[in-house]
Design a protein. Structure first.
Lengths: 104, 312
C-alpha cells in the first residue's frame, strides 16, 4: 500500500479543500480555515486533518512569531508545500479530465 | 487572571508527547484563547464561546486518540505513565460492562428499580475476577501500542499486576461469594414471590472457607481460584511480550483479545474438568503458558534490538 501511495498519493476531499484554501492565502490558522470553508470544515476535526496532512508532507506549519497581547499561546500558521501544490494541481487537472467522461 | 485552557494544557502535557502538544493541543488552545479574548472585547458572553471551544477540543482529542491507537508505532519517544495506568482501567471498565450486560438482558422487565440495582450490584463482583486481569492485558497492549516497554514501564506494569492480584484475591475471598449468594437468592425469591434462603454451594465460598474443606471437588475448585487470583501477572507479561514483538497494533490487540478469551474459556473448562477428576495442578497451566510465552517474546525482542544496536 505504501508503495502504491508513493506512486499515486491519495488526496481526500477535505485535504483538497484545505490545500485549495491555503493556496489562495498567504498563511492561515485552523479557525480561519474553518471560517473560510463555509461550514465544510469543522473545528473539531480540522487540526486532526491538518496534522495528518503535515505528516504526509502536503503542508508545513510554524508558530506565529508574535505572542498574543493577552499573553496566551501563539497560534499555528499553515501553508502548502511545493509538493502539496503540485498534488492539488495534478488532482484538479485529473478531475477536470475525468469529469466529462463520467458526465457523458 | 488565568487564561482559559491553562489547566487543560498542564494536564495534556503530562499525557501527550511533544509532537501531539505542538500539532494538536497548543493550536487548539491558542484558538480557544484568541476566540475568548475577541468575544470578551466585543462584549459577548465568553462562556458560550469557551464551552464550544472545549467541546471541539475534546472531539479532536478523541479523534486523535482513535487514529493514533491504530498506528503501528507512535511518534512519541516514550510511553507516558498515565497511559500505562489509564488504559487498563478503561479496558477493565468496558469489559465489566460487556460481561454483566448479557445477564441483565436476560431480565429485561425484572422487578423494581431497586431490585434491578441490586441485581447489577451482585453481578459486578462476579465479573471482576475475570475482567481485572483481562482489562490489564488489553489495556497494556493499548498503552504500549506495538512498542517494547522500557524497564521503568515494565516495572509499572508489574506493579499494576500486583495491585490487580490483590484486587482479584479480595474479590474471590469476599466479593464473588457474597455476590453469587445474593444473586441466587434474589432470583429465587423473585420466582417464588417470597424471601428464599439458599445454602451456599462451592461457588459461594471464599478462598479461606474453601481451604477448610477437604473433599476433592472443593480442593480442586480452590486451586482453580488461586490460579485465577494470580492470572494478572502472566497476562500482563504476555501483553508486554506481544507489544514488544508485534508491531501492528490491531494484530497485537486481536492476539491479546484471543488470549483473554482463551483464558476465560480455559478457566470455565478447567473448572468442569477439575471437578471430574483432573489433577489440581492443571489449574495453573494457562498461567504458566502465558507467562512463558510472554517472557520468551520479551527475550526475543531484547535479543533483536541488541543485534540491531550491534549492527549500528
Amino acid at each position: 500500500v505504501a508503495k502504491r501511495e508513493q506512486v499515486f498519493p491519495r488526496l481526500s476531499a477535505k485535504e483538497a479543500l484545505i490545500l485549495g484554501l491555503l493556496r489562495g492565502a498567504k498563511e492561515m490558522y485552523g479557525l480561519e480555515l474553518v471560517a473560510a470553508s463555509g461550514g465544510a470544515l469543522k473545528r473539531g476535526t480540522v487540526y486532526v486533518t491538518l496534522g495528518r496532512m503535515e505528516e504526509k508532507g502536503f503542508i508545513a506549519s510554524h508558530q506565529e512569531p508574535e505572542a498574543p497581547a493577552m499573553g496566551g499561546l501563539p497560534r499555528r500558521l499553515y501553508k502548502p508545500t511545493a509538493y502539496g501544490r503540485q498534488l492539488l494541481a495534478a488532482s484538479t487537472a485529473m478531475r477536470r479530465r475525468l469529469m466529462p467522461e463520467f458526465v457523458r | 487572571m488565568r487564561l482559559p485552557g491553562t489547566r487543560l494544557r498542564a494536564l495534556a502535557s503530562r499525557v501527550c508527547g511533544r509532537d501531539t502538544m505542538e500539532r494538536l493541543i497548543d493550536p487548539m488552545l491558542a484558538d480557544i484563547q484568541a476566540e475568548h479574548e475577541s468575544a470578551a472585547r466585543r462584549g459577548q458572553r465568553g462562556r458560550i464561546v469557551l464551552w464550544r471551544g472545549y467541546l471541539s477540543f475534546w472531539l479532536a482529542v478523541g479523534l486523535h486518540c482513535l487514529a493514533a491507537a491504530f498506528q503501528p508505532r507512535g511518534r512519541d519517544a516514550d510511553i507516558s505513565l498515565f497511559r500505562v495506568v489509564a488504559y487498563p482501567i478503561v479496558a477493565f471498565l468496558v469489559l465489566t460492562a460487556l460481561l454483566i450486560a448479557p445477564p441483565l438482558q436476560a431480565f429485561p422487565s425484572w422487578g423494581s428499580a431497586s431490585e434491578r440495582t441490586a441485581l447489577v450490584l451482585t453481578l459486578v463482583p462476579q465479573a471482576l475476577p475475570l475482567t481485572i486481569p483481562a482489562g490489564l492485558c488489553l489495556g497494556v497492549i493499548g498503552a504500549l501500542r506495538g512498542r517494547r516497554p522500557t524497564t521503568a514501564r515494565l516495572l509499572t506494569v508489574l506493579a499494576l499486576a500486583a495491585v490487580s492480584t490483590v484486587a482479584v484475591w479480595s474479590m474471590l475471598e469476599w466479593g464473588v461469594p457474597a455476590g453469587n449468594q445474593r444473586f441466587r437468592e434474589l432470583v429465587a425469591s423473585h420466582l417464588a414471590g417470597r424471601p428464599v434462603h439458599l445454602e451456599p454451594g462451592l461457588n459461594e465460598l471464599g478462598l479461606s472457607r474453601l481451604a477448610q474443606r477437604t473433599d476433592p471437588p472443593a480442593v480442586r475448585h480452590s486451586r482453580l481460584l488461586w490460579a485465577l487470583c494470580f492470572a494478572s501477572g502472566p497476562l500482563a507479561i504476555f501483553a508486554c511480550g506481544i507489544s514488544a514483538r508485534v508491531r501492528r497494533f490491531s494484530t497485537a490487540l486481536a492476539l491479546g483479545l484471543a488470549a483473554c478469551l482463551a483464558y476465560i474459556c480455559a478457566t470455565f473448562g478447567l473448572d468442569e474438568s477439575l471437578r471430574n477428576g483432573l489433577p489440581g495442578a492443571a489449574a495453573w497451566i494457562p498461567n504458566v503458558l502465558l507467562f512463558v510465552t510472554g517472557v520468551l517474546l520479551l527475550m526475543k525482542s531484547a535479543t533483536g534490538s541488541g543485534r540491531q544496536q550491534g549492527l549500528q
